[in-house]
Design a protein around this ligand. Structure first.
Ligand SMILES: Nc1ncnc2c1ncn2[C@@H]1O[C@H](COP(=O)(O)OP(=O)(O)OP(=O)(O)O)[C@@H](O)[C@H]1O
Ligand SMILES: [Mg+2]
Length: 338
């Protein structure tokens, strides 16, 4: 370590006294991790990461898009982003108008239709290339609402041995996961049949949370519903048991000057402990405005307001992406087929 410290351009950390323990800030530690890290390449199937919270406006779409872009850009992962929200907000960020340009057949509706018809369906037909290297998209349109009728109607007619309604996406994704390192799913702010499918298909779940009173209250409600949902699934016997590799909370739109913010952050930390990702995404006008122009923070490489402002928001996003990649790719590194 001391040799590495002398020879490296990496941060040297703080030492309370000569020869004493050296401490690093998280930012510095991540620089070390990245320098040292050879990210494990995918072995076996890719991973599914679902971004979910039944509360609206907590940056699910922003987070899932940044994660998809970041995994592709920073780690060279092959990523498929699936927009499962009939509002199609993620789809607009890729430059499509979900109302005018996206047909039902472009979305995951054909998979649902095949389930209704009792036929197989190969999802590899669905992803379309985006302007972003290594990143493909399965878009959404308002017709996705139909899934909310199709899934339960077919489930009512189910016979023993049929695919269960909440497993349709999980099963459908199998061929895609042979081709993609990651499938990142954006969900609607409701406990819909599609959201249930997205959660059931997930290896890891990211729950973005804004530290304000309303979001906090609905986050507590989210976990109740979430655990009811998972317990409900598990009641179908051991074979159906759902295991997640991680279910993590991302604290986002942090406005440190608002009096309640720090208190709520403390509550979140107390309640969710090490489930809270150790990075916070600040509230910035820049992040708000980029979305209005159908862009993300990763889409802009210059900002009139200054590089410092851009860095202030981009650094934590980079760290978030890196932490998720490190966690999700861990089992590939262990030499086991995931
Ligand atoms: N870091 C940020 N700072 C300020 N505003 C942000 C930030 N990130 C996202 N926003 C804004 O917050 C709003 C909600 O974001 P987003 O659409 O990603 O949330 P959502 O959870 O997907 O919403 P919905 O529940 O409607 O799907 C958007 O207007 C977006 O521009
Ligand atoms: Mg959204």
């Amino acid at each position: 370590m001391s040799y590495a410290l002398q020879t490296t351009p990496l941060p040297k950390g703080q030492q309370s006294r000569a020869g004493g323990q050296r401490s690093f800030t998280l930012e510095e530690a991540i620089q070390w991790v990245k320098a040292e890290r050879r990210p494990p390449q995918r072995k076996g199937r890719g991973k599914v990461i679902t971004v979910a919270n039944f509360k609206g406006g907590v940056t699910k779409t922003t987070t899932s898009t940044l994660l998809a872009q970041g995994l592709a850009m920073r780690w060279g992962r092959k990523v498929c982003h699936i927009d499962l929200d009939p509002q199609g907000s993620a789809t607009t960020l890729y430059g499509y108008n979900p109302h005018a340009e996206i047909e039902a057949d472009d979305t995951i509706i054909p998979l649902i239709q095949a389930y209704v018809d009792g036929e197989p369906y190969d999802m590899r037909r669905l992803p379309v290339q985006t302007y972003w290297p290594n990143l493909d998209l399965i878009p959404a349109s308002p017709q996705l609402f139909n899934a909310e009728f199709m899934l339960p109607a077919r489930a009512n007619l189910a016979r023993p041995g049929d695919v269960r309604f909440e497993q349709v996406l999980h099963r459908g994704l199998e061929p895609l996961l042979e081709e993609y390192d990651y499938v990142v799913i954006d969900t609607a702010p409701t406990l819909s049949y599609l959201t249930i499918n997205a959660v059931f298909a997930a290896d890891g779940v990211i729950v973005p949370v804004v530290p304000d009173m309303l979001s906090f209250a609905s986050m507590v409600q989210f976990w109740h519903l979430f655990s009811d949902l998972i317990t409900g699934m598990e009641e179908f016997g051991d074979a159906e048991k759902k295991r997640f590799e991680f279910v993590d909370v991302l604290v986002t739109r942090v406005a440190p000057n608002k009096p309640a913010t720090r208190v709520l952050q403390q509550w979140i930390a107390n309640l969710y402990g090490n489930r809270v990702i150790p990075v916070e995404i600040p509230e910035t006008d820049l992040a708000r405005n980029t979305n209005m122009h159908f862009q993300t923070i990763y889409d802009i490489d210059k900002y009139e307001g200054g590089m410092e402002t851009l860095r202030r928001i981009r650094n934590p996003i980079d760290q978030f992406v890196d932490l998720v990649d490190a966690k999700a790719s861990r089992s590939w590194g262990q030499g086991e087929i995931a």
